[in-house]
Design a binder for this molecule. Structure first.
Ligand code: NAP
Length: 286
């Protein structure tokens, strides 16, 4: 194997330590601790684990956590009312509605009700618009985590050929915009892309955010490329990414594993967003 492995777990821990130190300074200066409210509707076990992890991490860095768990049959109007209360609550700096929601609830639509100042998941139209316009704002956590991994490994972005496979609102699209803002030449691929392997082979930075186990083959990777695997797929072999790791690592210069790659960065960036949101709210005129 030629590639250096990007240790996302270690970098995420570093970010969390930095956030904890900044939270301590913030509260020592007389400010209230930042607060993160999570809203989970239903009992989906994976979602419950994610929310539990986010709340635990929130407390670990010295922030306040507000853990709202609603029954699966909660009417949409009740969730709307809760989001309204959280928007108005000054102790709450950030709000996260865990997706997916049960079928009778329009989860993506509900995220639009979150006050953009508290949109620590970066999914409201205002946050998406700020990103598209290249203005400061709260960025979606997973793409922000990818950028952090690249930066902490000093990956040159300016002028680099970046290929992002996947165009979701959650990962592919915002990541492409973040890379573009840093002057990479960005190609976004999806299920209708013609000759995907050939497009991937152009990449200095190749990102897979698809949700198909080991779809990206070793010979899709250019020699010396940086490979970032966002995929999380539960298979009989355990958790695997969207990249055939062993084969890709033969050709890549830097590569993220799954697990311990991009995954741990998401919560770390959520914490950082919550701190940023608290600071911006404190600075905003009442
Ligand atoms: P998604 O909404 O399902 O989007 C998948 C994207 O992949 C779509 O744009 C789709 O194209 C594209 N695609 C599907 N099949 C393809 C193919 N054969 N060739 C090329 N493109 C193809 O998924 P997502 O939410 O972005 O998540 C992607 C992966 O990242 C999943 O494994 C997810 O679990 C993981 N993930 C990880 C984290 C984390 O690490 N914290 C966070 C979020 C997501 P079309 O648009 O044409 O359908």
């Amino acid at each position: 194997m030629g590639a250096t492995i990007i240790d996302g777990k270690a970098i995420a821990e570093e970010v969390r330590r930095e956030v904890a130190a900044e939270v301590a300074r913030w509260t020592q200066a007389g400010n209230d601790p930042p607060g993160l409210a999570t809203v989970l509707v239903g009992e989906d076990p994976a979602s419950a684990v994610y929310v539990g992890g986010k709340q635990k991490a929130t407390h670990e860095v010295g922030m306040e956590g507000f853990d709202h768990r609603l029954a699966a049959d909660t009417p949409q109007a009740e969730v709307e009312a809760l989001l309204g209360e959280l928007n108005a609550d000054p102790r709450v700096s950030g709000i996260l509605l865990q997706l997916p929601t049960p079928g009778h609830i329009d989860g993506p639509g509900l995220t639009w009700l979150i006050d953009p100042a508290k949109d620590v998941d970066g999914l409201t139209p205002v946050s998406a618009g700020l990103l598209a316009k290249g203005r400061p704002g709260l960025r979606p956590c997973t793409p922000a985590g990818v950028m952090e991994l690249l930066d902490r490994h000093d990956v040159e972005l300016e002028g680099a050929e970046a290929v992002v496979v996947g165009r979701s609102d959650l990962v592919g699209k915002p990541l492409a915009q973040l890379l573009l803002a840093r002057h990479a030449t960005v190609t976004v691929c999806h299920s209708r892309t013609r000759d995907l392997p050939a497009v991937c082979r152009r990449a200095d930075i190749l990102v897979a955010a698809v949700g198909r186990p080991r779809m990206v083959q070793g010979d899709w990777v250019r020699e010396g490329a940086v490979v970032i695997d966002v995929g999380i797929n539960r298979t009989d072999d355990g958790l695997v990414g969207d990249v055939d790791f062993d084969a890709a690592a033969e050709r890549a210069r830097l590569i993220t594993p799954v697990p311990r790659g991009v995954g741990p960065m998401t919560i770390a960036m959520l914490l950082r967003n919550t701190l940023e949101a608290a600071r911006a709210q404190a600075a905003a005129p009442a």
